[in-house]
Write a new protein. Structure first.
Lengths: 121, 107
């Protein structure tokens, strides 16, 4: 079955960077875009960006431009999201999510379990 | 950016009740709306795509309707496992945006 398994919780200081990984399984990785979505404590959902695992193409939400990198790590067959220059308001659960089949549908059909990133001095 | 305004932000209902959640887009998004259900502490679950397409495995008591700017999610008869938070999301254009969520609580 389709699974997306994410890396564990992280605690970082302001100004640092964090990398969250997402390892998909149970389907042809090349056929589905991967998105990143975050959720601050007690808040709603915020889309961050996507990657096409086949081409490596990416697109980011404007508010994260310059601070976020989404890429595919061939060595572990996993996507990762790296967020730099962390602020306390970046404290959130970070989710990866798989799109629908056959292209970019801007939909989140399957989700990883989430990775809590806490930014605190 | 397209704003998705969801209402109500919370509601109280009983098992067996019919519940309707609305979502209004700040511009015409045709039928590009998805709905998600989230249990506290867990990842969201994909319920409905393209306004009314039921994701595999989702019970038929869930349904969606609407087009243009106004959309609804209806649960025909609430079950105990439906007391969760629901989000709409526009899939029309980037940046993808969500409604603020509707928390369905037990009366």
């Amino acid at each position: 079955q389709v699974q997306l398994v994410q890396s564990g919780a992280e605690v970082k200081q302001p100004g640092a960077s964090v990398r969250v990984s997402c390892r998909p399984s149970g389907y042809n990785l090349n056929n589905y875009y991967i998105h990143w979505v975050r959720q601050a404590p007690g808040q709603g959902l915020e889309w961050m960006g996507w990657i096409n695992p086949y081409s490596g193409a990416t697109k980011y939400a404007e508010q994260f431009q310059g601070r976020v990198t989404v890429a595919w790590d061939l060595s572990i067959s996993a996507a990762y999201m790296e967020l730099s220059r962390l602020r306390t308001d970046d404290t959130a659960i970070y989710f990866c999510a798989r799109d629908l089949v056959g292209g970019l549908h801007y939909s989140f059909q399957f989700w990883g379990q989430g990775s809590l990133v806490t930014v605190s001095s | 950016d397209i704003q998705m305004t969801q209402s109500p932000s919370s509601l109280s209902a009983s098992v067996g009740d019919r519940v309707t959640i609305t979502c209004r887009a700040s511009q015409n998004i045709r039928t590009y709306v998805n709905w998600y259900q989230q249990k506290s502490g867990e990842a969201p679950k994909f319920l409905i795509y393209g306004v009314s397409g039921l994701q595999s495995g989702v019970p038929s008591r869930f349904s969606g309707s609407g087009s243009g700017t106004d959309f609804t999610l209806t649960i025909s008869a609430l079950q105990p496992e439906d007391f969760r938070t629901y989000y709409c999301q526009q899939s029309f254009t980037s940046p993808l945006t969500f409604g603020g969520g509707t928390r369905v609580e037990i009366k």
